[in-house]
Design a protein around this ligand. Structure first.
Ligand SMILES: NC(=O)C1=CN([C@@H]2O[C@H](COP(=O)(O)OP(=O)(O)OC[C@H]3O[C@@H](n4cnc5c(N)ncnc54)[C@H](OP(=O)(O)O)[C@@H]3O)[C@@H](O)[C@H]2O)C=CC1
Ligand SMILES: O=C(O)[C@@H]1CCC=N1
Length: 264
C-alpha cells in the first residue's frame, strides 16, 4: 500500500516537492496533502487531485510521512501545533534551513524518527540533489526516506553537521548556476545571438557539461583540457575570466552564504 505524505508549507519548495512526488509516482495524488494558510494559492495542486488544507494537525494525523517546508522562523510554532498527532510510527522530514534535528525533536514526542533533507527546486522535475541526515531512525524509515528522494533526483547521506554546507552547495547552488547561465546569455547576445537562442545554447551547454561529469565521473579540469586548444579561444577566455576573479568570486560567494546560515 502506498504511503501518505503531508507537506506542511506549500510554498516554492513544498509545491515543487508535491509536483515531483506526483510525477515520480511515489504515491497517488489523493495521498498527498499540502497545507498553507492561504490555500487559494494551492488551487493548481488541487486541480491535479492533491488534497489541500489550512489545517496542519488534520493533515499530519492522516499522514505516514510529515514533511516540514515552512520558513525557519515558522517551524517551531508548526511543530507545537502538530506534536499531539505525531506518533512514533510516523516519520518527520524537515527541509527547513538551519534548524537542527535536536531542535526539531525537542518539540515532538520522544521516539519519533526525525530527518533533515536539503533538496533544491529542481525537485519539481525530479532532478534535485538532496542531502539527507537523521538521528536514531531504523532501517525501514531510512529506506522510505531514501525511496522518496531517490525518485526526485540524486541523494547523498551526510552527517548533520554538514547540513549547512549542503544547503549552500546544493540548494543555493541552483541560484548560482542560474546566474552563471544568465551571464552566458548576456554574453551570447553581445556576440550576436537573440535571447531565445542564447538561452537554449547556454542552458543545454551547462546541462551537457554537468552530465559529462555525472556520467563519466571525471574531474572538471580533465574535461577542460579537452576543450582548450593550444593558443585557442577557450583558454584565452578562461584565463581572462580567472584574471577577473571568476573562481575566486564563486568561492567567496559560497563562503558568504555559509557564513550567513551559520550566523542564523
Ligand atoms: N527555496 C529553496 O530553494 C529551498 C528552500 N529550503 C527551505 O525550505 C523552506 C521553505 O522555503 P520556500 O518554499 O522557499 O519558502 P516559502 O515562503 O515559499 O514557503 C513557505 C510556505 O509556508 C507556508 N506557511 C507559513 N506558515 C504556515 C503554517 N503555520 N502552516 C502551514 N503553512 C505555513 C507559507 O504559506 P502561507 O503564508 O499561505 O501560510 C508558504 O507557502 C525554508 O525553510 C527554506 O529555508 C530548502 C532548500 C531549498
Ligand atoms: O536562501 C535561503 O535561505 C534558502 C536556503 C536554501 C535555498 N533557499
Amino acid at each position: 500500500m502506498s504511503k501518505s505524505i503531508a507537506i506542511i508549507g506549500g510554498g516554492n519548495l513544498g509545491i515543487s516537492i508535491a509536483e515531483g512526488l506526483l510525477a515520480g509516482g511515489f504515491t497517488e495524488a489523493s495521498k498527498i496533502t499540502v497545507t498553507r494558510r492561504n490555500i487559494t494559492l494551492l488551487q493548481p495542486l488541487q486541480q491535479k487531485g492533491i488534497r489541500v488544507t489550512d489545517n496542519n494537525p488534520v493533515a499530519a494525523k492522516d499522514a505516514d510521512v510529515v514533511l516540514l517546508a515552512v520558513k525557519p522562523f515558522q517551524v517551531k510554532e508548526v511543530l507545537r501545533e502538530i506534536a499531539g498527532v505525531i506518533t512514533p510510527d510516523k516519520i518527520v522530514v524537515s527541509v527547513v534551513t538551519g534548524v537542527s534535528i535536536p531542535e526539531l525533536a525537542a518539540e515532538l514526542p520522544s521516539g519519533v524518527p526525525v530527518f533533515r533533507a536539503m533538496p533544491n527546486t529542481a525537485i519539481a522535475i525530479r532532478e534535485s540533489m538532496t542531502c539527507i541526515a537523521f538521528h536514531k531512525a531504523g532501517k525501514p524509515q531510512v529506506d522510505l526516506v531514501m525511496e522518496i528522494f531517490t525518485q526526485l533526483g540524486r541523494v547523498a547521506m551526510i552527517d548533520e553537521q554538514l547540513m549547512d554546507a549542503a544547503t549552500v552547495l546544493g540548494a543555493c547552488g541552483t541560484a548560482y548556476a542560474m546566474r552563471y547561465i544568465r551571464a552566458n546569455i548576456q554574453g551570447g547576445i553581445e556576440i550576436g545571438f537573440d535571447a531565445a537562442t542564447a538561452s537554449l545554447i547556454a542552458a543545454q551547454t551547462v546541462k551537457g557539461a554537468a552530465e559529462l561529469l555525472l556520467l563519466k565521473g571525471t574531474h572538471p579540469e580533465y574535461e577542460i583540457d579537452k576543450v582548450t586548444t593550444p593558443k585557442g579561444c577557450t583558454i584565452a577566455g578562461l584565463n581572462e575570466m580567472e584574471h577577473q576573479g571568476f573562481s575566486s568570486s564563486l568561492i567567496k560567494g559560497i563562503s558568504a552564504s555559509f557564513g550567513k546560515i551559520q550566523k542564523g
